[in-house]
Design a protein around this ligand. Sequence first.
Ligand code: ZN
Ligand code: ZN
Length: 346
Amino acid sequence: MADLRRIAFLLERANEATYRVRAFRSAAATIAKTPADELAERAGAGTLAKLAGVGEVTARCVTESLAGEEPVYLRRLAGTEGTDLPAAAAALRAALRGDCHVHSDWSDGGSPIEEMALAAADLGHEWFVLTDHSPKLTVARGLTADRLRRQLDHVARLNEALPAGFRILTGIEVDILADGRLDQEDELLARLDLVVGSVHSGLRDDAARMTRRMVTAIANPHLDVLGHMTGRKVTAAGAGDAAHSKTRTRPPSDFDLAKVLAACVEHDKAVEINSRPDRLDPPKRMLTVAVEAGCLFSVDTDAHAPGQLDWLDFGCERAALCGVPTERVINTWTAERLLKWTASHS
Ligand SMILES: [Zn+2]
Ligand SMILES: [Zn+2]
């Protein structure tokens, strides 16, 4: 049921509580399985809410949809959508073809890969990189080598069935370990289309240690994008980000910014502009320094639900404010160009 999915999308976009979003997604799944004549009959008799997973609010939405009206609940949500982006940010947003940082329910995301892909295709994306977590991040159900191998087979099958003009690229958000090594087998990292590397532990390491750790990871030929570089949290995490503390804000970690950025330039790696409203990482002052240093960038959502794929606006706004040139943003590239770039690292 398209209207219910749209409602769930808008709620996720607004970073609403997971349970409320789930109500609409599970109702949509039930409705999709129910024959059309039964739905019409139940809508007439007022018994839609007797279906498993369908509550009073969703039942009202379905009744309105079946009558050919836009559900009131949807109209109200859609009304809060889309504050206008400044022109430079809008131009960058329009130039983006994909997203290099996306999670699914294989790790701590809330939705199946296919749902994420269909939502991305609807947004006009040509591709995204699926980047579920690595084994050490057990709190986020990080994928063991075996599970990642199974995911690669699964993605290959999904890609055959997806709408023409959209494809899932394979990837990982791999933990940068305390000594700078990456938390997955080399053979697997080499097989993936793109690797995002992030620090998720020991965030309070002293500056010398953290700098060594990050520079070692950036120099690793498997790493392509440095994820949320400071690890800061500006608000408590929203729906479905189990990898990170849900209740507390967190200051940026301490490292030698010039050295880290110089390593990115030297090894031709991209600095992520993480669009999550609870992260907005790196901070603008650091982003400005990275522009001056000559870095490449990736404006990513780090989406854990379909509606969060639309958070690119937040990253674009910050990129534009800090003067990030469009030609240095790797997700303005076609999948072919992106793959050529990642292949050049190993
Ligand atoms: Zn992360
Ligand atoms: Zn992530």
